[in-house]
Design a protein around this ligand. Structure first.
Ligand SMILES: Cc1ncc(COP(=O)(O)O)c(C=O)c1O
Length: 464
């Protein structure tokens, strides 16, 4: 890596702060009221009642001055906006896909992909589910099958590429149902639900050759693939001297298309896209996007949003940006680990995941330990986090029972370029305080359960 950042052990940010947003501190009484009113669901707390917001890294990044300036360059023509062509050029250059269809965010692209490629009764293998991705696959009549390696389900395993596909699991599925019933494999970079864990290039190459033999396309969830590229450079033999940009391109060249939530890697507050190389799939996506999102040259976005996204791609592949991004996440993770707090290892790129099963071994999974812990962290210091466990996993459509996933986690997700090292210290101190009184924490009872993606709007009550 040929930059100044490479020669320092520290991870200082490659920017200075020009404008700040004031945040409010609350009293314990105010937080008790806020969490009660939110039904003990951190998604339902008003942001004005939050001190440090680690709910998500989605759409929460700070844009750069040049991105804000880019907003003023928005060409708000209904059709053929200049910003669309700028974005298309950037996607072609950095990701390498020929065709681009913008969408309002990632799930808009997932809807297009699922509706176009999945037939009733098809099977979609993937390296662990993501909530919206799997739901769109199911709504299109498909059945998701998890083919990630077993290590991904073990928070203690130090496997460097826990996002890898288990080729045997994949082959077993293909042998069982036939390649004709596998419309594509859904491959996610830096697997969110596994703790932000990357796949390796070697694994992707093996997957490519398998898929070529069986004529199965690989569709990438590119949401955090730039961060995945960083880990490949850091951990995989032969990549130490490559740039993140080169590795990103190599990943995409081994795949057939992607869905993208630009709200993560790409440093924007809204946006996404579907991209592919195949002409026919592109035509279908172009046709379908007008039903759900808007014309194929804006897909639910304003011209200015596409401009900010095109500029965001350039900033996201900068080595210094990724060094600081991943450095900050590690700083927090190391502090928690040193304090004995059980977290998912290795530390991923976008978040620290606390192992709520280990943190609260006395709370049964159907009493939602991760949800309870997230509520408790908010009560302690106004820190907002997210449950990624039994609530997020939802119910098995066949049995109607909670899925009780192996991973019962609380996600402390770091927005990009937003908080300082001192904020991380506050977070670490607060988690430690809760850890010291963990035995007093009880579970929750769900009193309202929405039909889809229940974690967003479910309501709970403390168990007495
Ligand atoms: C891996 C992954 N895929 C897809 C999505 C969905 O994207 P969006 O929230 O932009 O609809 C997300 C969002 O969190 C994600 O993390």
């Amino acid at each position: 890596m040929n930059t100044q950042a490479a020669h320092r052990p520290s991870w200082a940010e490659p920017y200075k702060i020009k404008s700040v947003e004031l945040i409010r501190m609350t009293t314990r009484e105010e937080r008790e009221q806020a969490i009660r009113e939110a039904g003990y669901n951190t998604f339902l707390i008003r942001s004005r009642d939050v001190y440090i917001d680690l709910l998500t890294d989605s759409g929460t990044s700070a844009m750069s001055a040049r991105q804000w300036a880019g907003l003023m360059m928005g060409d708000e023509a209904y059709s053929g906006s200049d910003n669309f062509y700028h974005l298309q050029d950037a996607v072609r250059e950095y990701y390498g896909y020929k065709h681009l269809v913008p969408t309002h965010q990632g799930r808009g692209a997932e809807n297009l992909l699922s509706q176009i490629m999945i037939k009733e009764g098809d099977y979609i293998p993937g390296n662990m589910y993501f909530t919206t991705t799997r739901l769109h696959q199911e709504l299109a009549g498909g059945i998701f099958v998890d083919v990630i390696i077993d290590e991904a389900h073990d928070p203690a395993s130090r496997h460097p590429f826990k996002g890898n596909v288990d080729m045997q699991k994949l082959d077993q599925l293909v042998q069982k149902v036939g390649a004709d019933h596998v419309p594509y494999i859904s491959l996610e970079g830096n697997v969110n639900m596994a703790g932000g864990q990357p796949f390796s290039m070697a694994n992707l190459r093996e997957l490519r050759s398998y898929c070529d033999q069986h004529d199965i396309p690989i569709m990438l969830d590119a949401t955090r693939t730039i961060e995945n590229a960083w880990f490949i450079r850091e951990r995989e033999e032969g990549y130490a001297d490559k740039t993140v940009r080169e590795i990103l391109r190599e990943i995409c060249d081994l795949t057939d298309g992607c869905t993208m939530s630009a709200k993560k890697d790409l440093l924007v507050n809204i946006g996404g896209f579907f991209a592919c190389n195949d002409e026919e799939i592109y035509r279908k996506a172009q046709n379908m996007v007008v039903v759900y999102e808007g014309l194929h040259t804006y897909g639910g976005l304003a011209g200015r949003d596409m401009e900010a996204m095109a500029l965001g791609i350039e900033e996201a592949v900068m080595e210094e940006h990724q060094a600081a991004r991943i450095g900050q996440v590690r700083y927090l993770g190391d502090k928690l680990r040193d304090a004995g707090v059980p977290i998912v290892n290795p530390i991923g790129s976008h978040a620290i995941f606390i192992d709520a099963r280990k943190f609260l071994p006395h709370v049964d999974q159907d009493d939602f330990p991760a949800q309870s812990l997230a509520a408790e962290l908010y009560l302690e210091a106004g820190i907002r986090t997210m449950e990624r466990g039994n609530v997020s996993a939802g119910r098995d459509p066949e049995t109607g029972k909670n899925r009780r996933p192996a991973l019962e986690l609380v996600r402390l997700t770091l927005p990009r370029r937003v908080y300082t090292q001192a904020h991380m210290d506050v977070v670490a101190e607060s988690v430690e305080q809760v850890y010291l009184r963990r035995e007093q924490i009880r579970g929750l009872k769900m009193i309202y359960e929405p039909e889809y993606l229940r974690f967003f709007q479910a309501r709970f009550e403390p168990l007495t």
